[in-house]
Design a protein around this ligand. Sequence first.
Ligand SMILES: CC(C)(COP(=O)(O)OP(=O)(O)OC[C@H]1O[C@@H](n2cnc3c(N)ncnc32)[C@H](O)[C@@H]1OP(=O)(O)O)[C@@H](O)C(=O)NCCC(=O)NCCS
Length: 170
Amino acid sequence: MVNVALRPLEAADLPVFDHAYGSPDASGEHQWFGFSPPGRSLAEMGALGPRGGRLTVTADGRVVGSVFWFRREWGPPDTSWCWEVALHILAEERRRGVGTRSMILLTRYLFDHTLAWRVQAIADVANTPSRRMLTRVGFTEEGVLRAAQWREGRRHDQVIYSLLRDERGP
Ligand SMILES: CC(C)(COP(=O)(O)OP(=O)(O)OC[C@H]1O[C@@H](n2cnc3c(N)ncnc32)[C@H](O)[C@@H]1OP(=O)(O)O)[C@@H](O)C(=O)NCCC(=O)NCCS
């Protein structure tokens, strides 16, 4: 079984991510939003701040992707905030359980180290891998956000999921 772990980003990871997010094939069918500037710094990648962060996913010590989270608010910011999470596993590393394991580790990390009550995630209606992964981690499907995302010349419906603090697994 693959040993999946999360760790802070290192400068050497950045070219891997630039490559991974730099084309529709590498980004994934439902994740291509156009080119991003190459050579981004750790700060620009949003590594570990009070409003969100990003961690590198390793599998048996190799860099295989990243997980990230950012703050969302559903009412007064002090009492109605939550984390929204997302992740990207390198195309050649998918379908081995790494995505599921990374998301379990990330939600555990956020509930252990922040006071969040709710962690939410958004998946394109057609993104079967992402939707199956979220369900497998224990997220509940809450509904469809119609025409919420603009990508590749048209609007796409998104499904919103959540995991609450008292629903997390062992
Ligand atoms: C979504 C993603 C993170 C899943 O990573 P992964 O390592 O392949 O996930 P896992 O191997 O843990 O598989 C998770 C589930 O998806 C299913 N799955 C994975 N790839 C699939 C595919 N191409 N078609 C159908 N199901 C697929 C698996 O069978 C598993 O479901 P199951 O447990 O019910 O059998 C990965 O596909 C990815 O990085 N995609 C591009 C970015 C993205 O879409 N991110 C999510 C939105 S934020």
